[in-house]
Ligand binder design. Structure first.
Ligand code: NAD
Length: 269
């Protein structure tokens, strides 16, 4: 079987470097292109050397249509505006996309859903296997504990993260809300301050911690009268996301157009 050709967008970033490493460690895939934003100080550097795993023979470029040409799948962990520009290029070049970027607004998400009518896309706020199992467990616990508990979601990330709460925390909130037939948009409380009054049981609270080099911790707390249940996931290395994204890219190579998430890839649905 021929190897799946992969392009990495944002290859100089924290996740981009991990993705280059994850692609280079698997035989079924081949790094075909790697790029970062125009003007980046890393342009022209070998992507593998930048990732600390030795020469790859692929130099960091500025992206654009030419970069997309040779790629079966583009993996994109960049920023919302960049991701939407990449989706347009993928559509015109018929490339598949694995999207890990978080912080997209509703318009951006709609645009991606629309593009998925023409190209296959996997998009997930978290590519770790553990978190995707956690999403299932959170829905199951919400269903069983029903109206008897208060649900709070606590997340912690490194000091460089630019969006809050994390995409993963929101996804966990959606899983709990859906299981209880609530609309997260109506019941979410993003932080509390001052005279908040007593808690409404129907709400789902979010608390965000930012500091140091925390890769990503998420806890869903079900607080009842007389007992508390906590479901926690802690990521200790970004490689867990990168390996999951490469696994998604391989899976996607065999799919037709559609919008998929990591639970499709892992057959957890
Ligand atoms: P980062 O800032 O270290 O890296 C982003 C990279 O994208 C930078 O190198 C930047 O120069 C580059 N970039 C920006 N605009 C570009 C463009 N137009 N073309 C090409 N490259 C461009 O950030 P990071 O920590 O690597 O995170 C990136 C994104 O991935 C964030 O949205 C983060 O929340 C998300 N993330 C998702 C997961 C997941 O599992 N889904 C895991 C970790 C991080």
């Amino acid at each position: 079987m021929s190897r799946v050709c992969i392009g990495i967008a944002g290859a100089a970033g924290r996740m981009g470097r991990m993705l280059v490493q994850a692609v280079m460690e698997r035989e079924e895939v081949q790094l075909t292109a790697a790029w970062d934003r125009p003007g980046s100080e890393f342009l022209g550097r070998d992507a593998g050397e930048l990732a600390g795993v030795g020469p790859s023979g692929v130099l960091l470029g500025e992206g654009g249509e030419a970069a997309f040409g040779g790629c079966d799948v583009v993996i994109d962990f960049t920023a919302p505006a960049a991701t939407l520009a990449h989706v347009a290029l993928a559509e015109s070049r018929g490339a598949r996309m694995v999207i890990g970027t978080t912080g997209l607004d509703e318009t951006g998400k709609r645009r991606i859903a629309e593009a998925s009518g023409r190209i296959p896309i996997v998009m997930a706020p978290n590519f770790s296997v553990g978190v995707n199992v956690m999403i299932q467990l959170v829905a199951q616990a919400a269903k069983a504990l029903g109206e008897e508990v208060d649900i709070e979601i606590i997340e912690a990330h490194h000091r460089h993260k630019v969006d809050a709460p994390s995409g993963t925390a929101l996804r966990l909130g959606e899983a709990a809300a859906e299981a209880l037939q609530r609309n997260l948009k109506e019941v979410a409380i993003y932080g509390r301050q001052g005279l908040t009054g007593p808690r409404d049981r129907k709400t789902i609270g979010f608390a965000t911690v930012r500091g140091g080099d925390v890769v990503g911790d998420h806890t869903v707390l079900y607080a009842g009268d007389g007992e508390r249940l906590e479901i926690t996931h802690k990521a200790s290395s970004r490689m867990t996301f990168a390996r999951g994204a490469v696994r998604a890219a391989l899976w996607l190579a065999g799919q037709g157009p559609g919008l998929f998430d990591m639970r499709d890839v892992l057959d957890l649905k």
